[in-house]
Structure formats: C-alpha cells, structure tokens
Design a protein around this ligand. Sequence first.
Ligand SMILES: Nc1nc2c(ncn2[C@@H]2O[C@H](COP(=O)(O)OP(=O)(O)OP(=O)(O)O)[C@@H](O)[C@H]2O)c(=O)[nH]1
Length: 196
Amino acid sequence: MSIQYEVEQLADSYGVSDSFPKDFDYGEEEPDIEDSSASSDSKPRILLMGLRRSGKSSIQKVVFHKMSPNETLFLESTNKIYKDDISSSSFVNFQIWDFPGQVDFLDPTFDYEMIFRGTGALIFVIDAQDDYMEALGRLHLTVSRAYRVNPEINFEVFIHKVDGLSDDHKIETQRDIHQRANDDLADASLEKLHLR
Ligand SMILES: Nc1nc2c(ncn2[C@@H]2O[C@H](COP(=O)(O)OP(=O)(O)OP(=O)(O)O)[C@@H](O)[C@H]2O)c(=O)[nH]1
C-alpha cells in the first residue's frame, strides 16, 4: 500500500501527466514491447528497471494487481517491455513500463531515445539480499543514459527484498547504496543528478 501511494505520488508530484505529447508517433513496429492495455501511449509514464530477478514485476503485481507476495515466487522472467495502465481514479492515470532485467542499450530493436524522451520517472529496483555491486554499475549506466536523453526524468532507487535483513543491516545497506550511487554520479560529473 505504501509503495502504491509512493508510485502514485511520483506520477502526481513529478508532473508526469504533461510530460508526453498526445500525438507522439511510435511507428509501426515495436517487436519487444507487450502492451496489456488498449490505451494509447499518451499517458504519463513511469519506468521500472533493474537487474534480472530484482523484483520489478513483483512490485508491480502486488501493488497494483493485488497479487499475494507468495504468488510472486511463480512469476516468470520478463523478456519484453510490459506496459501496464494504472487508472484507479480520474486522478490516478498513468502507465508503468516493466523492463526485462538484462536490457541491452546497444540492441537496435530497443529505441531508448524514444522511451526516455517521454518518461516522467524511472524507478531502479535493487535486490538488497544480492551482492549489489553489479546493480550499482547498471544503475549508473542506466541513469547516465537516460539523463543524457532527458534531463527532466526523476530518478528513484527502490531498495527491495529487505525482509531478509536485520534492522541494522537494512540501515547500513541503504546508507551504503545511497553513498556509492551518488559517489559514482559525482565521479562522472553528474552530481546535479542526486538519487533518492
Ligand atoms: N524475499 C523477497 N523476495 C521477493 C520480493 N519481491 C520479489 N521477490 C522474489 O524475487 C523473485 C524475482 O521476482 P520478479 O518480480 O520476477 O523480478 P523481476 O525483476 O521482474 O525479474 P526479471 O523479469 O527477470 O527482470 C521472485 O521469486 C519473487 O518471489 C521481496 O520483497 N522479498
């Protein structure tokens, strides 16, 4: 519930509602995108990215589709971008795009320029129970690419799967991830881009 609230707040407070032109032309072919909705792409858009198995689809299904956390054990890996319409009231109306874990920025079938250009917020999910150094590298690559295309994107990092950690370890992990992620950006002279 709190995550749902947080994501809805993101859509609202970051003004994603007017971030995307209604007549945007996606072209005919989108071979790697699966669309659950009949809606157009004119809605405000939030991207869910992160390493494979970090928990992106679970967050989306539990928060917005009332899936029980236990059922997420049976979710299959996402291999296409999955678009989901969230329209729980006239005030809450946006799309979440759930990405496959291993997105390849060099793959010509993924038009990242187009995707980032129309995005209001990007949520990067990190599995706190995993060795998160690889995730931090991917976070840095993703954020720098997205920022270059669209400096208006709001970036959020969700430190997920903290249920297996002690309270002390939770705080230490959060502090460490926050510090390293922002240090990496400062090293790349992107300190304006502070991650929350
Ligand atoms: N312990 C724990 N496990 C979780 C949590 N959320 C998800 N998982 C598990 O993490 C595994 C991967 O979840 P997914 O949601 O499929 O991960 P994903 O990031 O969408 O994976 P890809 O589609 O491969 O990129 C599943 O077995 C989930 O049950 C959590 O909060 N805690």
